[in-house]
Design a protein around this ligand. Structure first.
Ligand code: HEC
Length: 147
């Protein structure tokens, strides 16, 4: 009986110990730059010309869920789906990851939307799917997941 109680407490303690790490764990590999080293300094200088107003974020949201279909891989909640059928290699980025949000400049995100991330399912969207202006709006929406 006492043994059972103790093992129950040990069980809860283990849960408490592991749970935060489980939920909040950042896979530090996602922090590595995606823009090639010979282009990253330039990309970091690209600044979003649109202010992060509710109206502009809303425009980005419509594109994210609509014609740009970002939602199919990154999810309605921006966390990135783990089990996109047929998706091989790297997982779609979890935009709620604050460490990732902090380490990326807006210009790097625009570079990815222009060029994709080589060797992953993240394709290029500018100019075929999005104009550069639209992409900046989507980036405002992507940023809103980090808040
Ligand atoms: C077919 C699935 C898929 C779609 C659709 C998709 N993505 Fe991605 N995305 C990915 C994957 C996979 C990665 C991870 C790539 C990597 O780790 O380099 C990624 C990574 C990213 C990143 C992070 C790059 C970095 O610097 O870490 C951004 C930003 C991004 N996607 C934005 C978008 C936006 C905006 C859209 C819609 C216009 C979109 N994605 C559509 C699969 C997708």
């Amino acid at each position: 009986m006492i043994g059972n109680k103790i093992s129950l407490w040990v069980f809860f303690a283990l849960c408490l110990g592991f749970w935060p790490g489980w939920i909040e764990a950042t896979d530090s590999e996602v922090l590595n730059p995606r823009v090639p080293s010979d282009q990253i300094e330039e990309a970091k200088t690209w600044v979003n010309p649109f202010p992060s107003t509710q109206e502009n974020i809303e425009k980005g949201k419509v594109l994210f869920h609509g014609k740009a279909f970002c939602v199919t891989c990154h999810g309605r909640d921006g966390r990135g789906y783990i089990d996109v059928p047929g998706l091989v290699g790297k997982l779609p980025r979890n935009f709620t990851d604050k460490a990732w949000q902090a380490v990326r400049k807006d210009g790097e995100l625009l570079w990815i939307l222009k060029n994709g991330s080589e060797g992953t399912a993240m394709a290029s969207f500018i100019p075929l799917v999005l104009t550069e202006e639209e992409a900046w709006h989507v980036i405002l929406y992507v940023r809103s997941f980090g808040k």
